[in-house]
Ligand binder design. Structure first.
Ligand code: SAH
Ligand code: MG
Length: 214
């Protein structure tokens, strides 16, 4: 039986998810600025771009911008008149992301909203419904984001959420933290919700994906 492994992941990245100069230099820009390097990987980025394009998404929302890496993959899946709002609480991250998004020529499509996602969510009530929402900020709050998203996602819309595996710790019964518990509750809630068809795309750190019934 073929087993998915690093070499097969590299095969996908080298053939299907090749980073251009804009994407590849974001990693070094983050390091140079002393910022965390928690960006999704190229395989996951390509998958998000695929989902955005396949679902015909015009209106996308992201929780957690960091350096704009995932935002650029998502925005590249949008049509010309598509739009992504991305939420980031850290000013330094938002500033770097703004530069990267401009470099990528995507500033007409992507708008960064600076602030805590939990605080900003209500201000987005009138900007939905969204076609696609990507969650990648503060896993302890994932269940709270999910409740709000389900009220602001169009039927047929897609939710994607990063770090479903928490680097393998999701299965480790001896590990407890708000981050882990938030992820565990989120994964089980989204799996059991009869309004959704959900699964985990097992690349990278695991990407939960769900589509809302029409
Ligand atoms: N999606 C990005 C990586 C995001 S890392 C990419 O793949 O390129 C998580 C980001 O979420 C960090 O930049 C962090 O500052 C931000 N963040 C953490 N908690 C947040 C919150 N409560 N509200 C908004 N942003 C938050
Ligand atoms: Mg992540």
């Amino acid at each position: 039986m073929p087993t998915y492994n690093r070499a097969l992941s590299d095969y996908i990245v080298q053939n299907f998810a090749v980073e251009d100069d804009i994407l590849s230099q974001i990693h070094s820009a983050l390091t140079q600025h002393g910022l965390p390097t928690y960006s999704i990987n190229a395989e996951e980025g390509r998958f998000l771009q695929f989902l955005v394009r396949a679902s015909g998404t015009k209106s996308a929302l992201e929780f957690g911008t960091l350096g704009g890496y995932s935002a650029i993959w998502i925005a590249r899946g949008l049509p010309n008149d598509g739009r992504l709002i991305t939420i980031e609480k850290d000013r330094d991250h938002a500033t770097l992301a703004q530069e990267q998004i401009k470099l990528a020529g995507l500033d007409h499509k992507v708008e960064i909203r600076e602030g805590d996602a939990r605080v900003l969510m209500p201000s987005l009530n009138d900007e939905g419904p969204f076609d696609f929402v990507f969650i990648d900020a503060d896993n302890s709050n994932y269940p709270i984001y999910l409740d709000w998203i389900l009220d602001h996602l169009r039927p047929g819309g897609i939710i994607a959420a990063h770090n479903a595996f928490v680097h393998g710790m999701i299965l480790d019964k001896d590990h407890h933290s708000p981050y882990l518990e938030g992820t565990r509750r989120f994964n089980l809630a989204i799996a059991a919700d009869s309004r959704l068809i959900a699964t985990i795309f097992p690349a990278g750190d695991g990407m939960v994906v769900a589509v809302l019934n029409t």
